[in-house]
Design a protein around this ligand. Structure first.
Ligand code: MG
Length: 375
């Protein structure tokens, strides 16, 4: 592949509904886009880093800076004549010279794959060997009053969602979850604690035992990201499958969690793991270990949502996932919206990521754009 130019663009979007979690409130949604112009056509990638460093240490401003100062120049340095970078995999492999920054790197990988797949007329889903044409969608409801949670859950059910994740934290857990169970008995429920419980706290332990009585499909990241030993203990005590999310920030972290038998399931977020290739490696390792899988969301805009849906259609994903339709997050989205049909989202089947950026939406939301060329 020969890259002629790279464009790094920052959009400023707002979420349709702010999301309150145990670690903060998400309102703004900066979106960093990487566009590659190659001899064989274009490719686009989206960076999932959030506005604030309250969910991961990586965040949008930092991702944008490292893309501009390190990753894009490294990509363009290439291996041969100006802009010649080899295959997408070879080009992406060179970015390992910069430590960390998985979400920034994942945006470059997405753009490289999109360009390479489009040039060869293939879709991401086909290249991953995905057989499903759609995945079950999931709606996420943030922390709030019991009445507010019930209203939001009813609205999601009315739209056709059959799987719902409720964000919880100590003091905001058994009450709303039990109310949801009563009000929507057929809804498949997951609770996501974002690491907010502590096994050393008797109240937290009592709350976790009470949550375990509610017949949830999973409880996600009850304990801190680094507490694999505690998670292993809890996974042995609870009937509800314990799923790790924040703990799984790289394929190596997934291997460590599997070796420690720290969970019954893993939430795969391709961007946080360092990209689509890393997500597939974690998927395969979990399948081999007999561990359940859930596809995780990062408040993606349409481009990354397309990639996440394709990854989430891999055969090992058997737990309720996070991925909802575009209109729960952005109106309008940066691509044609991913829409809910009978509780499912279609796996994009078009070339590359299978979606196109909307120039009008992108232009209106653009805060800045920088261009880079091989020297
Ligand atoms: Mg989570």
């Amino acid at each position: 592949m020969r890259i002629l130019a790279v464009e790094l663009r920052r959009l400023e979007l707002e979420l349709v509904t702010p999301l309150v979690t145990a670690t903060g409130t998400h309102r703004r949604r900066p979106v960093i886009l990487v566009h590659l112009e190659t001899e064989g056509g274009g490719g686009d990638g989206e960076c999932d880093a959030l506005a604030e460093p309250n969910y991961t240490t990586e965040y949008a401003d930092a991702a944008e800076a490292v893309l501009a100062a390190q990753l894009i120049p490294l990509l363009l340095a290439g291996a041969g004549r100006a802009g010649e970078v080899g295959t997408a995999e070879e080009a992406f492999g060179r970015l390992a010279a910069v430590p960390g920054n998985p979400m920034a790197k994942a945006a470059v990988e997405m753009a490289l794959l999109d360009a390479e797949l489009r040039a060869s007329g293939r879709s991401l889903a086909a290249s991953l060997g995905v057989a499903r044409s759609s995945i079950p969608a999931g709606a996420t409801v943030g922390i709030g009053s019991v009445a507010g949670v019930i209203d939001a859950a009813r609205a999601a059910a009315a739209c056709g969602y059959r799987r719902l994740k409720l964000k919880i934290a100590p003091g905001h857990d058994v009450g709303p979850l039990a109310a949801l169970r009563r009000e929507l008995p057929d809804m498949i429920l997951v609770a996501d604690a974002n690491g907010s419980y502590d096994l050393a706290d008797p109240d937290d332990r009592a709350a976790l035992r009470a949550i375990d009585e509610l017949g949830l499909a999973a409880i996600e990241q009850p304990l801190g990201a680094g507490d694999l030993a505690g998670s292993a203990r809890l996974a042995g005590e609870l009937a509800t499958p314990v799923v790790l999310d924040e703990s799984i920030d790289s394929p190596a972290a997934a291997e460590a969690a599997l070796a420690a038998r720290a969970c019954a399931g893993v939430s795969v977020k391709p961007a946080r793991l360092g990209g689509i290739g890393a997500a597939v490696r974690v998927h395969d390792a979990c399948v081999a270990a007999g561990v359940h899988l859930s596809i995780g969301g990062m408040l993606e805009a349409g481009l990354a949502r397309a990639a996440t849906i394709a990854v989430g259609a891999l055969h090992g994903f058997d737990l309720p996932g996070d991925i909802g339709a575009s209109d729960r997050y952005f109106r309008p989205d940066v691509t044609a919206p991913h829409v809910l049909v009978e509780g499912e989202l279609a796996v994009p089947a078009g070339m590359g990521l299978g979606v196109e950026l909307d120039p009008g939406v992108v232009g209106a939301a653009s805060a800045r754009c920088r261009a880079f060329r091989p020297s």
